[in-house]
Ligand binder design. Structure first.
Ligand code: CO
Length: 211
């Protein structure tokens, strides 16, 4: 059996098992999705959003990219955000990074990853530069790496609050709440590191006054 055929076989088994337990499951979900959460996570195969949070199909809307970045020129991320916030009306947006993130590690190095990856990783280098003093004071490299993972998550949550999509929803609907979490590959546990309730004041420079 080819490796990918295993996936198709498991899919068949899964669909049969779900159907046996809840015969109306697929019919119900084929008509509507009303997820309460938008998850912005890392593409890393070891951090599956639904598995680590015990959520079922229909419960969590997911966007993943290298190092869970919120970049304001990323049409993909912005479309997901706009759809989730303005149309699905999610109540919470979670940015979840993870310790041992290869993207963050790469950004800490001086290696040339070539064109597109360099461009992506530069955004993480910017986070390092913003927190240069704190990070450079951490002598142990592993701890500095862990801290950059946390700071990167915090920074991405703040980037969310700078979008007009979030600001408009905050102004008119007092949602969504923003959360910054970090997942531990070594123990499987999620550590909340940052939170922004709907309406949290942000730097006036980024506030839109005619939403
Ligand atoms: Co990662």
């Amino acid at each position: 059996m080819k490796s990918y055929e295993k996936l198709l076989r498991h899919n068949k088994e899964w669909a049969q098992a779900v159907n046996k337990e809840d015969p109306s499951f697929f019919d119900r979900l084929s008509h509507i999705q009303t997820p309460e959460f938008l998850w912005i996570g890392c593409s890393d195969s070891r951090v599956p959003a639904d598995r680590i949070t015990g959520t079922q199909p229909g419960e969590i809307f997911v966007h993943r990219n290298i190092a869970n970045m919120v970049i304001h020129t990323d049409v993909n991320l912005l479309s997901v955000l706009d759809y989730a916030v303005s149309h699905l009306k999610v109540k919470h947006v979670i940015v979840c990074g993870h310790y041992g993130c290869g993207g963050v590690k790469a950004a800490m190095s001086n290696h040339d990853f070539k064109y597109v990856l360099n461009m992506w990783l530069r955004n993480i280098k910017d986070v390092y530069r913003l927190h240069n003093e704190e990070l450079e004071s951490i002598t142990e490299e592993e701890k500095r790496f862990d801290r950059l993972v946390e700071l990167n998550v915090i920074e991405q949550v703040q980037h969310l609050a700078k979008t007009s999509v979030i600001q408009r929803a905050w102004k008119y609907e007092q949602r969504p709440h923003l959360h910054g979490w970090v997942y531990g590959l070594k123990d499987g546990l999620i550590k909340p590191v940052f939170e922004m309730e709907a309406g949290t004041p942000i730097d006036p420079l980024y506030q839109y006054d005619d939403l």
